[in-house]
Design a protein around this ligand. Structure first.
Ligand code: ADP
Ligand code: MG
Length: 578
């Protein structure tokens, strides 16, 4: 074949391959653009795990009508003018190719109104060709819609993973950026359902709770160090909170999420001998340094960086993390009753109360580590306090979902499902020492699973046995169930098993602790009374009593709150009596 210059379209698609690998990369680029535009609030709407639609709306400075066409052209950027600028980059974008790349492999619409303009404009690009541009009414800011990603590159479509995985990647990106930018309000919707949100009030601990749940967030340790010109901030898990992979290790360099094996290695070194092999910590670390000390122009996806003073950066990370581990001072999350938990958390069925974001107050918490003196702090002997609840009087039920109870210090709204989950969980964890009671089925039941599910179950058979399941392989992807835990006796055994496997597959929320506790938590989730069930006064009282007896009554085993406490104080404040 003779040498020929590639047609523009082909060249664009090749370039796009490096920037846009999957729906999550689209989310990342659009999020970065919104952040660069100084947005205070960003809404991300996703349909069909990002294959159908990714839409990011922001209230940033916008794009003026006469620049829309430039914005979607290759190598057009407002963030860089000369080659020297490359060494003082303060923005997340600078290559001027994200929008053009996305536009070459999808249907793109950009609608925007610049802050200094009275009217907005919109441009449409279809597989790299501009199809329409016109003035439109638009609020200040920018909305970028990306539809039918890869519709013109079927080969790319084939490389996408399951919806679940693609959705998880998107969630990862959004949650990570939310942690790095707590002052920006972020909302994420999947198929019209709000699945994650932050308030944008600047409190990173609140975002930690939204991302990891209260139980884990409460345990994380603060990292803070200044070693001119480097500064490092963030959170790491104590040695007892671990993961089986590196997925929850996140680094930001100058506000940019980066992938750097060497930074991860520095972190791991800090944990040296403190973790079992094959276990990894959870960390969110924000590294800041003068832009001249880091080269971000390594790869089109901008996820790799090169440091000018590599050794110095790594040893700073390693030392600061080690120090935080030794000091072992957990992030003070405060009393749950004081904390605003954003609604619409993932996989929550039933109605949820929206709690007014008003009474958030962390004043008086000492949040920072003592100033860096370059030496290890003695480990603190204190255990995190047990969050007991006082004696409560059940008053009634609301919406067949919540119990209302009165305590000496105000009103408690209790989520009956979450509360029951907690009660069952603690009972089961206590009972497991003596082996859990299982109930034999009159007749073994055959359950057919998908090959992937079968592989999952195969792995977890010993754990299931310990919990009272008697399950045996019976054929390819067929299992015979002979006994189930007593707790699940009145659920159809095939369903019990199937539901459990589906939960295994869906392992999206990070849960702490060993597999057994995890499985127990899942069983309890299934066995607990659902919302929508009316409880008699007797049953309400029994549930409240059981909850009082729990070790950690305020959260369900998945870290969601079981109750909202409206203290006498908060009530008085809300009614304007104070
Ligand atoms: P880069 O971010 O590297 O400059 P992009 O292709 O992502 O390249 O964006 C091109 C240009 O379009 C940006 O430089 C910016 O001027 C403009 N732009 C893109 N998204 C937004 C947005 N959400 N708000 C304001 N301007 C934007
Ligand atoms: Mg960009």
């Amino acid at each position: 074949m003779p040498i020929q210059v590639l047609p523009d379209e082909v060249a664009s698609q090749i370039a796009a391959g490096e920037v846009v690998e999957r729906p999550a990369s689209v989310v990342k680029e659009l999020l970065e653009n919104a952040l660069d535009a100084g947005a205070r609030s960003i809404l991300i709407r996703v349909e069909g795990a990002g294959r159908g639609l990714v839409e990011v709306s922001d209230d940033g400075m916008g794009i003026s009508a006469d620049e829309l066409e430039l914005a979607v052209s290759r190598h057009a950027t407002s963030k860089l003018a000369s080659a020297e600028d490359l060494f003082r980059i303060g923005s997340l974008g600078f290559r001027g190719e994200a929008l053009a790349s996305i536009a070459s492999v999808a249907r793109l619409t950009v609608r925007s109104r610049a802050s200094n303009s009275q009217s907005g404009a919109q441009i449409k690009v279809d597989a790299g060709r501009i199809t329409a541009a016109a003035p439109v009414g638009a609020p200040q800011g920018t909305t970028v819609r990306v539809m039918d990603l890869f519709y013109n590159v079927p080969a790319r479509l084939k490389f996408l993973k399951s919806d679940r995985t693609e959705r998880r990647r998107i969630n990862e990106i959004v949650m990570r950026y939310s942690l790095a930018y707590p002052q920006v309000r972020v909302q994420l919707e999947h198929d019209g359902r709000s699945t994650f949100s932050t308030s944008g009030n600047g409190d990173r601990r609140e975002v930690l709770v939204a991302v990891y749940g209260v139980e884990i967030a409460r345990k994380l340790l603060v990292v803070e160090s200044r070693e001119d010109p480097l500064s490092l901030d963030g959170f790491i898990s104590p040695t007892e909170v671990t993961r089986s992979n590196r997925n929850e290790i996140t680094f930001f360099v100058n506000g940019r999420w980066v992938h750097d094996p060497a930074l991860t290695a520095a972190l791991m070194q800090a944990y040296h001998t403190m973790l079992m092999t094959g276990r990894f910590p959870l960390a969110v670390l924000m590294l800041d340094m003068p832009p001249g000390l880091v080269d971000v122009n390594v790869h089109p996806a901008k996820a790799e960086v090169r440091f000018r003073q590599k050794d110095r950066v790594f040893s700073a990370v390693q030392r600061s993390v080690r120090r935080a581990l030794l000091a072992h001072s957990p992030v003070p999350i405060g009393d749950l009753s004081e904390l605003w938990i954003p609604d619409g958390r993932p996989d929550e069925a039933g109605p949820r109360l929206a709690v007014p974001p008003e009474p958030v107050s962390f004043e008086g918490w000492s949040y920072r580590l003592p100033p860096d003196q370059g030496q290890a702090q003695p480990p603190s002997p204190e255990e995190p306090p047990v969050q007991r609840v006082p004696l409560l009087r059940a008053v009634g039920q609301v919406g067949a979902a919540y119990l209302v109870a009165e305590g000496p210090d105000g009103l408690y709204l209790i989520d009956q499902h979450a509360a029951h989950e907690r009660v069952l969980f603690e009972k089961m964890m206590a009972a497991r020492q003596h082996g859990l009671v299982s109930q034999r089925l009159l007749q073994p039941e055959a359950v057919e699973l998908t090959p992937a599910q079968a592989a999952l179950i195969e792995e977890e058979l010993p754990v299931l046995a310990q919990l009272g399941f008697e399950v045996e392989p019976f054929g390819p992807a067929i299992f015979s169930v002979r006994a189930v835990p007593e707790l699940l006796a009145d659920i159809d055994p095939a369903r019990a098993l199937r539901v459990l496997v589906e939960d295994f597959e869906e392992d999206e929320r990070p849960l702490q602790g060993e597999l057994e506790a995890r499985v127990i938590a899942r069983i309890c989730k299934r066995a607990a009374v659902r919302s929508g069930i009316t409880l008699s006064m007797e049953e309400q009282r029994a549930l409240v009593r059981d909850l009082e007896a729990c070790q950690a009554p305020r959260t369900c085993p998945h870290g969601r709150p079981t109750m909202i406490h409206l203290s006498v104080d908060v009530l008085a404040r809300q009614f304007g009596r104070k």
